[in-house]
Design a protein around this ligand. Structure first.
Ligand code: PMV
Length: 354
């Protein structure tokens, strides 16, 4: 019969890089020019929820993002769908009378319904959570028997940063050496319990969509920046080693210094691109000054800041007390509803307001 439908729902949090990925050596496979390290957020806050369904009555693959239908024609979606289908396995549910053999998946169509609980494409790594969730849920649906490391290499082909969202806690994306990208995967460095004093606050400076996509931005940087080679070859490899050590030792001063410097260098190579790319705005710069001044006054860093391809500030506080003080400072210096203002705050751990 053509009546059955099989569904899987998954939820995946976004991740924020503390050592940034910026620049590809292969655009189709999405292979990076340097390793990167990120922290995966709490799934309760910034996350994507995706439901994938399969039924013999579906006529074609279709997808809805935030309730609007979007095209699956792009190479990124096609690559993910192809790679998952290639690894599909037999599935049987005797009670429901469903029997799908390995090869059937090639001809069965899927419907994908994806929803972000935060602004899409505003530099809040929506594509990271999105592709990680898509690949994970499709893999479950099609009974793919691969570990999250192998799945990360598929998610990477949707969006580079997505590979890091297959794991919680601190995660490294190893750029790899192989031409086929088989060793360009995410590896977990420490789980979410390892350093649970940290509190992440996201100050949403603007929820508007960014002007330069990370894809075109990276391409322009790699071709035109005189600094990017130095960053990828000389600076990042050392920082990766230092950052891994800082995470293992829960060494906040080193962690904060590396995180802030790496964000600033990423935005410096953006500025060094021709034409220059400005992801941060005046408010972002004022947030940086505010954090830098406070850290200096305290004598030891209380908060680290990092900005992705957009003006929103991701603030990582050393503990709950520092997070509360940071929030008070933000509210004082950036009172809600004025012109240059912050749109809203997304707080990594809501209980800090109590
Ligand atoms: O994976 P993409 O194409 O969304 O690129 C992400 C790039 C940054 O967010 C700026 C840095 C990173 O490592 O996540």
């Amino acid at each position: 019969s053509k009546k059955w439908i099989l569904m899987v729902t998954a939820q995946t949090p976004t991740n924020i890089a503390v050592i940034k990925y910026w620049g590809k050596r292969d655009e189709n496979l999405i292979l990076a020019i340097n390793d990167s390290i990120s922290v995966t957020l709490d799934p309760a806050h910034l996350c994507t929820t995706t439901t994938v369904a399969v039924s013999p009555s579906f006529q074609q693959d279709r997808m809805w993002l935030n309730k609007k239908e979007i095209s699956l024609d792009g190479a990124r979606y096609q690559n993910c769908l192809r790679e998952i289908r290639a690894r599909a396995n037999d599935y049987e549910d005797e009670k429901k009378g469903i029997k799908i053999s390995k090869n059937d998946w090639q001809n069965l169509h899927v419907h994908i319904d994806s929803y972000n609980n935060f602004p899409t494409a505003a530099g809040l790594a929506s594509s990271a959570a999105g592709f990680a969730c898509l690949v994970f849920s499709l893999a479950k649906l099609m009974n793919v028997q691969e570990d999250n490391g192998r799945l990360s290499a598929i998610a990477r082909q949707g969006s580079g940063s997505a590979c890091r969202s297959l794991f919680g806690g601190f995660v490294k994306w190893v750029m790899g050496k192989e031409e086929d990208g088989s060793d360009s995967i995410a590896v977990p460095l420490a789980d979410e319990k390892h350093w649970d004093e940290l509190v992440i606050i996201i100050a949403v400076v603007s929820s508007r969509q960014k002007e330069t996509s990370s894809t075109s931005g990276m391409r322009e940087t790699v071709v035109t920046s005189a600094l990017i080679d130095h960053r990828a070859k000389e600076v990042v490899p050392k920082r990766i080693v230092q950052m891994e050590e800082a995470i293992q030792n829960r060494d906040f001063p080193t962690f904060a210094q590396l995180t802030c410097s790496d964000s600033n260098q990423f935005h410096a190579v953006c500025m060094d691109t021709s034409p220059p790319i400005f992801y941060m705005n005046d408010t972002s710069h004022r947030v940086i000054s505010c954090v830098e001044k406070w850290n200096r006054a305290e004598g030891t860093p209380q908060v680290a800041y990092t900005f992705d391809a957009g003006p929103n500030a991701v603030l990582i506080a050393r503990n709950r007390k520092a997070a509360t003080l940071m929030l008070q400072r933000l509210l004082f210096h950036f009172p809600p509803n004025s012109d240059t203002d912050l749109d809203s705050y997304v707080i990594g751990d809501k209980s800090i307001l109590k």
